[in-house]
Write a protein that binds this ligand. Structure first.
Ligand code: BGC
Length: 706
């Protein structure tokens, strides 16, 4: 039997630590080693107390440290577990600001440390293949380059605190309904160009310490113990030296887990049937297998080595600084991310910003205006120290205006607004200067039971792209009653706006904005903050326009989902096949204007190109622009997307000021993965570099020849 043991590990990591690890392993009994390979409570795995090795303590999640569970699954009472609730992943990515990614990670790392956690189970970076995926809100984007840039910042931020990040879910967990069983099939080119780059950047650029294997299968084998993904790519090609843990209950086979790189089996007690911890796939059976000579003990040692290596990096053996919890500085970061994440989608007649002195009366309509979101969505839920709702934020910023609130709709299963609710909303809109309808998805109906998750939540996918709870009817009625209506959308991705977008003057995407979300929203509505968020995912007009859905490949059939759209995910599809989305990838308006001029391209060493562009703020207020650089291959002989994002920079400019920015596109920016020879190649010929404010708003371009 062949066992995959990675030989190039020691050379890459600190020799002293490797020596200490070897010494510890040499003192451990086989049983002690095996005890370390699986969970021993809901979020911990065993240490070896007699050798001074403590447990490894993990915790969700991607936008805040999850409430305290003790060793089981029940939330604990009387513990200090109310902390910073950061905006969700899609909101972070909408900032297009990797420095904020780092700041976000620092907050999480610091709070995890304060709470005694060694590994924070984030970031989630699965590609948004369909708007229906219930967990898109936790993820970042449809674009692998944007995912990579935001992820690297986030991971470095977490790990700067002496806490390990855990990038998840490796890979292709792009739907929730059948995540535990579905077999994902895609071409190698699709895998390499779309689904892997974020994870590769996490490993090779950010040095992520841990990775979580996905629940689903890939080409017939579970991802967590998938020979190709883990042995060949992750630990082989990418030389990953940290630990691969399973998702909770995602291990299904002892020999595969042993041979194919699963280092730590987590959530063993929640599989079906539920296992007791020693019965884990990587539990006592492994002792028997080693004793019988079926597997060499070195295979177990290698996993223990990886776990110990992560322990050393997660300060379990050293006294790390204390960290902070719910501090003013952390809350300020949550607020800053929320402000930069908000995307102004439409702003006809300059309805926004609303002048705080001149706006005398505001109708705030919609149940989401008063809803707290932090405790919903599944494993990523957070007990927030507080959470400013949209209505509270509006009160805070428009203190002088008369604010009338109407519920408009109720967040309950199958509910539609009653005639009385519509009349109340219409009356409020009619008597007010402006109406703000807060609409969108929700994480659940009520959060009293786990299974109540809905729409943007773990374990569920949305039924369609329609706003639930009769919100389309409500919006149409309010827009008809007051032409100065602003629709604010809360949620983890696009909704079908076709019924009301034509008559609606202003639309704002506010995601799930974290504890300061309501203040950030009101700051943008009032103009105190100039919006600078850009869509990290295309907003199609209707679900049928989404390639995976057009092809009938979501969520798949008979337990298999084939990604027949291949590399044509999101704007790669819309731009190439000339399907106009409602709002394009990278779109986001500002209260000021920017001009682009004078693009210059210089070839640099190793196949890179340095692109410079001059950007000027031509309006009357300060603002930020995300300058996006896309690459288009002229006369390509292979099938390619019309353009691909390969660089971006967010710049802040005072009114009238211009600045020359310089972005390096490395050699990878021009490459494609050749399906036949299985290598990355650069086609010879002309490449057009397109600089713009959105994927459908290109302002200047230039050419480079390779
Ligand atoms: C989720 C993971 C999460 C884990 C622990 C799983 O069901 O898919 O993202 O980290 O539970 O709560």
């Amino acid at each position: 039997m062949l066992f995959f043991i990675h030989t190039n590990i020691s050379a890459q990591t600190n020799k002293d630590t490797e020596g200490k690890i070897s010494a510890l392993i040499s003192k451990m009994t086989l049983q002690e080693k095996v005890n370390m390979l699986h969970s021993n409570s809901s979020f911990t795995s065993a240490g070896v107390p007699r050798l001074g090795i403590p447990e490894l303590v993990t915790s969700d999640g991607p936008h805040g440290v999850r409430q305290e569970h003790g060793r089981g699954w029940q939330g604990q009472k009387d513990v200090n577990d109310s902390g910073t609730y950061l905006p969700v992943g899609i909101a972070l990515a909408a900032t297009w600001n990797p420095a904020l990614g780092f700041a976000f990670g620092e907050v999480l790392g610091s709070e995890a440390k304060y709470r005694g956690k060694n590994v924070i189970l984030g970031p989630g970076i699965n590609i948004m293949r369909s708007p229906l995926n219930g967990r898109n809100f936790e993820y970042q984007s449809e674009d692998p380059f944007l995912v990579s840039r935001m992820t690297v910042g986030y991971i470095k931020g977490v790990q700067s605190q002496g806490v390990s990040a855990c990038v998840k879910h490796f890979i292709a967990n792009n739907e929730e309904v059948d995540r535990g069983t579905v077999d994902v099939q895609m071409s190698d080119r699709t895998l390499r160009e779309i689904y892997l780059p974020g994870f590769k950047a996490a490993v090779q650029e950010a040095g992520v310490n841990t990775i979580m294997g996905a629940y689903n299968k890939f080409r017939g084998q579970y991802c967590t113990h998938n020979a190709y993904l883990v042995n060949n790519i992750l630990k082989g090609e990418w030389s990953f030296t940290g630990l691969l843990m399973s998702d909770w209950g995602a291990v299904h086979n002892t020999m595969e887990a042993l041979q194919n790189g699963t280092d730590l089996e987590m959530g063993s007690d929640i599989g079906k049937p539920a296992l007791k911890f020693p019965e884990s796939f990587l539990g006592d059976t492994v002792v028997t297998l080693v004793e019988a000579g079926t597997i060499p003990e070195s295979l177990v040692d290698e996993k223990v080595r990886r776990i110990l290596r992560v322990m050393f990096k997660s300060s379990v053996f050293t006294k790390a600084s204390a960290g902070e919890y719910g501090s003013d500085a952390h809350i300020a970061t949550a607020g800053k991310v929320a402000e930069e994440s908000i995307v102004l989608l439409k702003n006809q007649d300059h309805l926004l910003p609303l002048n705080t002195a001149a706006t005398k009366s505001i109708a705030v309509i919609g149940s989401s205006a008063t809803r707290r979101q932090s405790m919903g969505g599944g494993s990523s839920h957070v007990k927030a120290l507080y959470e400013i709702t949209p209505l509270q934020g509006i009160h805070n910023y428009f203190g002088k205006a008369e604010v009338t609130y109407a519920e408009g709709y109720t967040i309950e299963r199958n509910s539609i607004p009653t005639a009385a609710m519509i009349s109340e909303a219409v009356a409020a809109a009619r008597k007010s200067d402006v109406a703000i309808v807060v609409a969108g998805w929700s994480h659940g109906y009520n959060y009293s039971k786990w299974s109540d998750n809905a729409f943007d939540a773990e374990g569920v996918d949305k039924p369609d792209m329609q706003l639930p709870f009769g919100q389309n009817v409500l919006i149409k009625a309010v827009v008809a009653a007051n032409p100065n209506t602003i629709v604010v959308l809360i949620g983890g991705g696009p909704v079908d706006m076709t019924q009301w977008i034509g008559n609606t003057k202003a639309i704002v995407e506010a995601w799930y904005g974290g504890m300061e979300g309501g203040n950030a929203l009101a700051a943008v509505l009032s103009g105190a903050v100039n919006p600078s968020g850009k869509l990290p995912v295309s907003f199609p007009k209707v679900l049928e326009d989404v390639p995976a859905h057009k092809l009938g490949d979501f969520p798949g059939k008979d337990g298999v989902v084939i990604y027949r759209e291949g590399i044509f995910v999101g704007y790669r599809y819309y731009d190439t096949y000339k399907v106009k989305p409602q709002f394009a990838f990278g779109h986001g308006l500002s209260y000021t204007g920017f001009t682009y001029s004078n693009m210059q391209i210089k070839k640099a060493a190793n196949g890179a190109a340095v692109v410079t562009v001059t950007i000027q703020n031509t309006g009357k207020v300060a603002g930020a622009e995300v300058v996006q650089l896309y690459v288009h291959k002229e006369k390509s002989t292979i099938e390619r997307a019309d353009k691909e994002l390969k660089g971006f920079e967010k710049i802040y400019l005072q009114p009238g000021v211009s600045k020359k920015i310089s972005v390096t596109l490395d050699a990878d920016a021009f490459r494609y993965y050749d399906e036949v020879t299985k290598v990355w190649k650069t086609e010879k010929g002309d490449y057009t570099i397109l600089a713009g404010s959105a994927s459908d708003d290109i302002r200047v371009s230039g050419t480079v020849k390779w």
